[in-house]
Design a protein around this ligand. Sequence first.
Ligand code: PEP
Length: 246
Amino acid sequence: MTRRKLVAGNWKMHGLRDAVREVEAIAAAAAAHPDVDVALYVPTTLLALAAEHAGTLAIGAQDVHERDSGAHTGCISAPMLREAGATTVIVGHSERRADQNETSHDAWAKAAAARRHGLSVILCCGETEAERDAGRAERVVQAQIEKSVPEDASGDWFTLAYEPRWAIGTGRTPTVEEIAAIHAIARAKMRQMVGEAADGIRILYGGSVTGANAGTILAAPHVDGALVGGASLTAEKFVPIIEAAA
Ligand code: PEP
């Protein structure tokens, strides 16, 4: 099955209103490469503004609450994100797992909430450095997938991102062979869970992707795109990654 490549940028807690210039430039690159899907996950405060300038670029949020409304101070629900202009959301990012103690079960519940309200989802998984050094990377990723991938996951709304925690923001990446091996294991695990639908689900690699290494990583077997943090903050750095996927 052919899967379109997806290049997704995660701005994390970066960006004020003047960053709309970068959104516009990234949207222009997305329009110039219609064979690649491009998404930008901006801070909540920028959703509406970014959506106005998005064109074919998908605009997303970086988290969502599992409930639609209620007494949850500071949280944002899927209907609120939709209303603000988001069409997609990241769940289970390792920074939220580390900073907010989020679990794979939380990621599962958040993905389900997003799905209920028509938001597509990128769900993140990945091992720590200690887990990799102990030879447990494959088992850790399999266990995260088992606990977090929804039973109705399919490629039209669901994407998995493999992001080894030790590669995020460090300038270090696994070898292409290591990335391909985990992606193959991740797809096999999803096949056990959702059957043939797993073949339509994109698996992105994330962790220190740059314009310099994107071509090699994106050409690796089983890699359907990239989730990019630091190198997505400016069009100058992000557009070469979109071009590498085209
Ligand atoms: C991320 O935050 O998902 C990420 C991959 O970050 P970076 O590209 O900066 O490593």
